[in-house]
Design a binder for this molecule. Sequence first.
Ligand code: PMP
Length: 448
Amino acid sequence: MSDNFGLSGDAKAKLLARLANRAPTQAEAHAHAKPPLGRPEVAADLAMVKRAGEALGIRNPYFRPHEGIAGATTVIDGKSYDNFVSYNYIGLNGDPRVSQAAKDAIDLYGTSVSASRIVSGERPIHRDFERALAEVYQTEDAIVLVSGHATNVTVIGHLVGRDDLILHDSLSHNSIVQGALASGAQRIAFPHNDMDELERLLGTARANANRALIVVEGHYSMDGDIPDLARLVAIAKAHGAYLMVDEAHSLGVLGARGHGIFEHSGVNPADVDIWMGTLSKTLSGCGGYIAGSAELIDYLKSSAPGFVYSVGLSPPVAAAGLESLRIMHDEPDRVARLQANGRHFLEAARRHGLDTGPSIGAAIVPVMTGSSIVAARAADRLFDMGINVQPIIYPAVPEQAARLRFFLSSLHDTAQLDRVAKAVADVLAEVRSERIDLGALASRLAAE
Ligand code: PMP
């Protein structure tokens, strides 16, 4: 790809030298010798998607700046939209009580603890928050870290190693995959939610491994479906494997009190060895947590690189999380409203003949389009109509799995959901009826 006004680095160096009427210096001559950073195949895919978007006249749907609190509606570029792209599941981000708790913590501790908790970054609010999280999972203890993604990477990467085996769901979040790669363990992705296959793979590979770790999510963020937790517990027990569940999209979403997949499934939380979650969704912050035995948490606090060598959670973030948990417990109707909205939107979409995949209608409802172009065009047109929804397109998902993905919140109302479901059905019918000249598009992309 060229940059610098359409010139490659090499051409630019030579042009500058020519304009200066001299031979290129050694540094200039070698300026082009460095291959571009990053993975060429990824860059090529991204460039192809960008060019295809431009060729089809579709605006870039990414990095849109929201000008206020993103809830059931949001403001982008001065215009209000029905919003389906935020994980503000039970409406606590922007709740005045949560914001006030964060402000109070700033007044008390400042905006940063400026150091790893082990050395001088510990504040009482860290432990208060961790104890409250441990109570949710009825575990002995919990630990909070500054990033949800980094939590999975550092914890998975630190708990198992070369002689071990990790089996994770094939639709696992990138952070789980990165953690598994960092660990050096043998890594097997089992087909999504396929418990028979998991059991078969475990049966084959378990004997050669010292420890085995099964990692799943409690609520999958692409499809809005859930695993069979009781079966997972039984499989893990039968094969002497540890079980880890990422509850990023389950806390505040599943179960009557929002306690997640164990509450939804009626499973004893003690049967899961490692509970993981993020602070960025229901807990209105930014960071990750692990809940488990005192021994596990103590080990992580003393040695997990992403905890020991990283700053403690920012005080306002800890306070916002703690207050969010308090409100989640005190106002379970928020969870009930979210669940009712999820069901309502799922049913409305289905009534309009939309394909919602395997979603259970909790907080995530995909509308499958089967084509990246259809998904991108539909999202673009819905945006014009004041509806903000993300298209999920290749290479994020395989081409045939392209979709529009709706995140629901307790803040949405049913009239809004009915209106949006109809608009989506109308727009998809319109987009599908339009001929897309794939031949012309392909030759245009090939020519560039
Ligand atoms: N796990 C899952 C299942 C996720 O969906 C995400 C992000 N959405 C993460 C971990 C990472 O969390 P964060 O964005 O809070 O870093």
